[in-house]
Design a protein around this ligand. Structure first.
Ligand code: PMP
Length: 398
């Protein structure tokens, strides 16, 4: 018996690999300050938990329609439509166990296996885009996100990625791992490319509520884009509900296909959890705003602390809870080869866990070296962790 080669070659979230390294050290009694984890460090608001408990006690624990509870789909259409300033039809909404599975559902619904269909996706970016493109038999085409453009695409470069084989463009804003937000101009440029070439756009907007400046701009709100955009988002990050596994996608033409994929794979998202999501969207706005305000305060703190480390240069993240400092000079000054070696050294020598740029795609040589810090952690950890790195860099600089 053999394991298939596509499984053996399946990409993953390397964050989980680093997490295993961290846990090994913790089990061995070492104290680690971690900036790895991509989830809010808050508990789910009480109003949401109460709704789930009520649903469980009322016996709402069986299978439901694959597309999701009608009540939830209506609430999603209302909430997400209002956020983007567009009308959304509840029938265009499909719910599943997290926004993540819609990456797969979308690739499977818009490309054919082994035909050379191409998928353009952001680099650096969430590693699942590339992994799922490959495993589903499509061809991954990375498009660079540039620090010099405040973590946006260069539109001329982006255009060159499109070929007659392109079927799907994946974008993510606000963005993991850079904390960048795609500008209106870039969104309009991508919309033009998508319309001209008749392409689908998967718009991963999971961080749409964790935004520190201005209002969320969705590519779906641009003229002619709603029909070709798959808005993918969910309650994980906004409402501190990562473990509840409720995400959704919105697109009228694909809703039926998505719902068939859900029937094939998960049957439906957790029934009581769907009631929790209804309560989140309906009744937890204040709690969500408070959490975002807290991330904004911590953003200011971590950017100040990181920029105080010799050889670190950190742009201010506009959204998410990730900071992505450029550490090229720190590597040079300490004689450390690259970001990954620096990551390993600060974990081994000062017990601070972070991710490096290679966990988010192929290195772009001219972009230099980067680390990713999740600041979904306490002020104390931010201060202590960055101080340890500062001391390490100062001690090892030549
Ligand atoms: N997209 C991005 C860019 C993410 O960072 C994450 C979570 N790490 C997800 C999707 C997955 O979200 P969910 O919990 O809804 O599956």
């Amino acid at each position: 018996m053999e394991i298939s080669s596509r499984t053996k070659n399946l990409g993953t979230e390397n964050a989980f690999v680093v997490l295993a390294e961290v846990n090994k050290r913790i089990a061995a009694g070492k104290e680690i300050i971690s900036f790895c984890i991509g989830q809010p460090d808050f508990d789910t608001p009480k109003v949401i938990k109460d709704a789930a408990i009520k649903a469980i006690n009322q016996g709402k624990t069986g299978y439901v329609a694959s597309a999701g509870l009608p009540e939830l789909r209506e609430e999603i259409a209302k909430y997400e439509g209002k956020l983007r300033g567009i009308e959304l039809d509840p029938d265009a909404v499909v719910v599943d166990a997290g926004a993540k599975s819609f990456i797969t559902h979308t690739i499977m619904s818009t490309t054919d296996c082994g035909k050379g269909d191409e998928v353009i996706y952001p680099n650096p970016g969430y590693p699942i885009y590339e992994a799922q493109t490959i495993v589903n038999g499509a061809v991954p085409v990375p498009a660079n996100i540039l620090e010099s453009k405040e973590f946006n695409f260069d539109l001329d470069d982006f255009k060159k990625k499109v070929s007659d084989k392109t079927k799907l463009i994946i974008i993510n804003s606000p963005q993991n791992p850079t904390g960048g937000v795609l500008t209106k101009e870039v969104l309009e440029g991508i919309a033009e490319i998508a319309i001209e070439n008749d392409l689908w756009v998967f718009s991963d907007e999971i961080y749409s509520n964790i935004l520190f400046e201005g209002k969320h701009e969705s590519i779906a709100a641009i003229d002619g884009m709603k029909e070709r955009t798959i808005i993918a988002t969910g309650v994980s990050k906004t409402f501190a509900m990562t473990g509840w596994r409720i995400g959704y996608a919105i697109n009228e033409k694909l809703a039926k296909s998505f719902s068939t994929w859900v029937t094939n794979i998960t049957a439906c998202a957790g029934h009581p959890n769907q009631y929790a999501a209804v309560a989140a969207l309906r009744d937890a706005e204040k709690e969500a705003e408070e959490m975002t305000a807290s991330f904004k305060r911590r953003r200011d703190l971590i950017v100040k602390e990181l920029n105080d480390i010799p050889g670190f240069n950190c742009l201010k993240p506009k959204g998410t809870f990730y900071a992505y400092p450029n550490v090229t000079k720190a590597c040079k000054n300490t004689g450390i080869k690259d970001s990954e070696e620096l990551r390993k050294k600060i974990l081994e020598e000062v017990g601070v866990a972070v991710l490096s740029d290679i966990h988010f795609g192929a290195k772009i040589p001219e972009e230099g070296e980067h680390l990713r810090f999740s600041f979904a952690t306490s002020d104390e950890n931010i201060e202590k962790g960055t101080e340890k790195i500062r001391e390490f860099i100062k001690k090892n600089s030549k």
